[in-house]
Design a protein around this ligand. Structure first.
Ligand code: NIG
Ligand code: FE
Length: 408
């Protein structure tokens, strides 16, 4: 029997659970015996939680908590599921601070900036890329992110995309092949799409779970996006799309048509796009760090939510448009500037991200869920937006173990 840990005196426990049970549930690895499951935003007050091994075994009122091998006193703090950051570009070299400064002084953002990171990434040894990736992964964990997705897309050669996905697979199972990020300067679009769908895919598929394409003016057209996604799907990868970030266009409709798990950005969407998202299983992943970093208008979260679209929040961490690894920062932006409620934003950053990655084991806390959680030094989840920029993450548990949050 795995050792059990009781975390008690929790002022607010964010469960996002379909149904809370205060009985210890039998736990099976595939969740089938779980008493609950991922659901809408839900909380318990004056609560406790029991971890057994890498799973949550029990949640309920602190007054009815069962005995456990060890006890942690949360001292009136909030406990919530670890953040699920479903969109990040972490394999790169170099930085673009000067480009950011110029943008803040009035220059526009263009997809072409990606090429300067491509040049630095191609020139970097594996050790440099690995070091940067690990530093960002540690930064994320320290800010409460326990599951994250990581894309390739700054290599754009067979060798550099293959090593990007292989490095990403060292730090996360949620690896996305984004060979179709932009067309590299040295190739025609047609030749590059053939490479992305052929030899490059052959080299990347084994390390990847997802295939993504930047479907946007200046990047890839609807037909090119379809070709890239179809090729990936034929190799067992699942589709997701960078859609409608810089202007109106076909990205969202291609994402829905191809059965993508997620259409990411959704900054410029038509009524037809909103309807298509609402009547599909495609999650709209909003990335307010990108609008912050490019001074674009924020996506209209209220319009998507009112239409019944499932909304996720993620960082889009990358050196160009959004060099933040902080889900709390994105929650604060979503609440203050996109008018999401604090509960909607926290749900979207946890259960929403899990939906965007088609994961049912994370993003919620109830019997059977993975024991990935944050102890927040605050009486409620609202403090994530109410106290923006303040380091409130007191402890993080990943698969039931307390994580070391020190940056090396
Ligand atoms: O999601 N949109 C495409 N890719 C990134 C930007 C990457 C970059 O500027 O380097 C994004 O915003
Ligand atoms: Fe992105």
């Amino acid at each position: 029997m795995a050792r059990s840990l009781l975390i008690t005196r929790i002022s607010e426990l964010v469960t996002n659970a379909l149904r809370d049970s205060d009985a210890i549930a039998a736990i099976s690895p595939d969740n089938s015996a779980a008493a609950g499951g991922p659901g809408g935003f839900a909380t318990l007050s004056n609560a406790a939680l029991v971890i057994e091994g890498d799973r949550v075994a029990w949640t309920g009122p602190a007054s009815r908590a069962p005995a456990a091998d060890a006890v942690v006193d949360a001292g009136g703090r909030t406990v919530l599921p670890g953040f699920v950051d479903s969109h990040a570009h972490l394999v790169f070299a170099g930085e673009r601070g000067a480009e950011f400064a110029a943008r803040m002084a009035g220059s526009p953002y263009a997809a072409g900036g990606i090429r300067s990171t491509v040049a630095a990434t191609r020139a970097a040894p594996d050790g440099v890329l690995r070091g940067g990736l690990r530093r960002l992964a540690a930064e994320m964990l320290g800010q409460g992110t326990t599951t994250f997705e990581c894309k390739s897309g700054y290599g754009l050669t067979v060798r550099d995309e293959a090593r990007s996905v292989a490095l990403a697979a060292e730090v996360t199972p949620e690896v996305t092949y984004l060979g179709a990020h932009v067309v590299p300067a040295e190739m025609s679009a047609a030749d590059y799409v053939s490479l992305v769908c052929g030899e490059m895919l052959d080299a990347c598929a084994q390390h990847s779970r997802w295939v993504d394409v930047f479907c946007e003016r200046g990047a890839f057209s609807a037909d090119e996006a379809r070709a890239v996604l179809s090729a990936g799907i034929s190799r067992g990868l699942r589709p997701r799309v960078h859609a409608n970030q810089l202007g109106y266009g076909p990205g969202v409709s291609v994402a829905v048509e191809m059965g993508a798990a997620s259409a990411d950005h959704c900054t410029f969407v038509s009524d037809a796009d909103v309807d298509a998202l609402a009547s599909s299983g495609t999650v709209a992943t909003l990335l307010p760090g990108a609008e912050f970093g490019t001074r674009q208008p924020y996506p209209d979260a209220r319009r998507l939510l009112s239409a019944g679209v499932t909304v996720a929040l993620a960082t889009d961490c990358n050196p160009g448009s959004s060099y933040t690894s902080s889900m709390p920062f994105c929650i604060a932006l979503a609440v203050r500037d996109m008018r999401m409620t604090t509960s909607e934003a926290v749900w979207s950053a946890t259960a929403g991200g899990a939906a965007a990655l088609r994961r049912s084991d994370v993003g919620w806390l109830g019997p059977g869920a993975r024991a990935d959680l944050i102890v927040l030094d605050a009486p409620s989840h609202a403090y994530l937006a109410y106290r923006p920029g303040v380091p409130l993450i007191q402890a993080v548990y990943q698969s039931g173990r307390r994580a070391s949050l020190a940056l090396e």
